[in-house]
Ligand binder design. Structure first.
Ligand code: PMP
Length: 289
């Protein structure tokens, strides 16, 4: 495995950054999780776009152009010869002193890790998963906008701990008003009376690339879609529910807080979307040159 750090490639054991990097000291940085399918990178331009939007929001200067960073991602995939896998692209504020001031950090640190992906076990994609609502609320956008894909996941980690303690793989997070936002590492969708509904990102959710893909696929299937405000009542009474993410893809949910969703097995619409998604991952891709 060869890991890119600031223009050089390192073996896994030697891939280190400074203890003075503000990514480590303060969680000051951003990232993207990107998939490689059949030797091609899925939705790379969209990921790079989102990375730059996160950077702009936190006034972080990425020391590459968009085209330059795209090229480095493709180069990393090529060097690692990974055909199906996952790319973790991280940009931290870089080395500074022990104070919080980002102005003391001269240059952002860019890291690209290309790895094999560990998805949820395949049985869950057939049977669906059980999730809970976490008592940990999603951070309000006027504190830290959840649309910034920051490397500080403590808020989500606290909710993930709740999920694990309840014997679940994921947890739904609500915002301060009690509206559903997303899960700890995935967006959430429900189907209610043949309409596909998902929380509007302004409720406090990441604008997921897989979320966008699913909305497009649904339109192609003539399924009505809407980005809305949802409560737990809506989740409990949904006909179907699923989660989306670059790592998870589309995973059906069959129980939330002990309430059976629909018939308790992954529904028709979810299955159609999973099939379409499998077709789609071989389109919208950038070939490794
Ligand atoms: N929400 C959160 C909190 C995430 O971390 C992620 C990515 N793992 C997602 C949603 C899904 O986003 P995407 O489809 O772009 O991977």
């Amino acid at each position: 495995m060869k890991i890119f750090i600031d223009g050089k490639y390192f073996d896994r054991e030697d891939a280190c950054i400074s203890v003075f990097d503000h990514g480590l000291l303060y969680g000051d940085g951003i990232f993207e999780g990107i998939r490689i399918y059949s030797g091609k990178v899925f939705k790379l331009a969209e990921h790079i776009e989102r990375l730059y939007m996160s950077a702009k929001a936190i006034l972080l200067n990425i020391p590459y152009t968009k085209a330059g960073i795209e090229e480095k991602v493709l180069e990393s995939v090529r060097i690692n010869k990974v055909k199906n896998g996952y790319i973790r692209l991280v940009v931290t504020r870089g080395k500074g002193d022990l104070g919080i001031d980002p102005a003391k950090c001269d240059r952002a640190t860019v890291i690209i890790i290309v790895a094999d992906i560990s998805l949820y076990p395949s049985e869950y994609y057939k049977k669906g998963i059980k999730i809970i609502t976490a008592s940990t609320r999603r951070l309000p956008a006027d504190g830290l906008d959840p649309r910034i894909k920051s490397i500080n996941y403590l808020n989500n980690i606290c909710a993930k701990i709740e999920a694990t303690q309840a014997g679940c793989l994921e947890a739904v997070m609500l915002n301060q008003q009690g509206y559903v936002t997303e899960c700890t590492g995935d967006n959430i969708f429900i189907i209610h009376k043949d309409v596909l509904l998902t929380p509007n990102p302004v409720t406090g959710a990441l604008n997921g690339i897989t979320r966008q893909t699913v909305l497009e696929l649904a339109e192609g299937l003539n399924i009505e879609t809407s980005s809305v405000f949802l409560t737990r009542f809506d989740l409990y009474n949904a006909d179907e529910c699923f989660l989306t993410g670059s790592g998870a893809e589309i995973i059906p949910v069959i129980m939330i807080d002990g309430r059976t969703i629909g018939t308790g097995i992954p529904g028709q619409v979810t299955r159609r979307l999973i099939n379409k998604f499998k077709e789609r991952v071989n389109q919208d891709v950038i070939k490794i040159r």
